[in-house]
Design a protein around this ligand. Structure first.
Ligand code: CA
Length: 229
């Protein structure tokens, strides 16, 4: 038995409790939240295996929460919605959810869907961890390690490094970088990319003084220099 943790985000406590009972009975660990605005900090800290996410929540709307999670994680999300006719609309919104379940549902159905989604993602590479040369990045915890030492980065620096690191040797223009880091609380405009890159280089150079990890491609932009083998 694997004991994966399922996060239930549902403000109707009776439903949350019922789901918890069923999921625990079949061997999952369960965490529960009752407010939408608690989800992002929780997910960043604890990386659950899957999220059951209600749409109507106090604090923050489930749809907005789902979109926000997709900016930093591919963790499986099953949305819980109050009406069947809402599902078509939800699909059209391309929230990035893995499945939708309509209320009222049977807890058995939910357990079956949870298993199906986890089976589907199981075996596929987990995309929340990047490794390139001596640098390791965990997107869930926002941690970057170089030779097992932590590197303290701002959200903007983290976002930039992630984009560059995901495609080593690919040259990115400042504009492309700016577009791709929008999900990382990026502060500034394309000219500030240079400043962020400069700071990022300085931080990396403290751990790797002899390597040019991020190089400037004159007239084009920047690239990451280590192959991700
Ligand atoms: Ca609700």
């Amino acid at each position: 038995m694997t004991h994966q943790t399922i996060l239930i985000v549902e403000d109707e406590k009776k439903i949350a409790e019922l789901l918890r009972d069923y999921l625990e009975k079949v061997g999952y660990r369960v965490s529960s939240l009752y407010r939408g605005d608690q989800v992002i900090p929780f997910v960043k800290k604890s990386s659950p295996a899957l999220i059951l996410l209600d749409i109507m929540l106090p604090g923050a709307d489930g749809m907005a929460v789902c979109r926000e999670i997709r900016k930093f994680s591919d963790i499986p999300i099953i949305m819980l919605t109050a009406r069947v006719d809402e599902i078509d609309r939800l699909l059209g919104l391309e929230l990035g959810a893995d499945d939708y379940i309509c209320k009222p549902f049977s807890p058995r159905e939910v357990v079956a869907r949870v298993r199906a989604v986890l089976r589907r993602v199981h075996g596929e590479p987990v995309k929340n961890r990047l490794v390139a040369g001596p640098i390791q990045m965990d997107e869930n915890t926002h941690q970057v390690m170089i030779h097992n030492e932590g590197l303290a980065l701002t959200p903007s620096e983290f976002g930039l490094l992630k984009v560059l690191m995901a495609k080593p040797n690919r040259v990115f223009s400042r504009n492309e970088l700016l577009n791709q880091v929008q999900g990382y609380d990026f502060e500034g405009y394309d000219r500030t990319i240079d400043t962020h890159i400069k700071n990022l280089r300085k931080k990396i150079a403290e751990k790797l003084p002899d390597e040019e990890i991020i190089s400037t491609v004159y007239g084009v932009g920047y690239k990451f220099n280590i192959s991700s083998e």
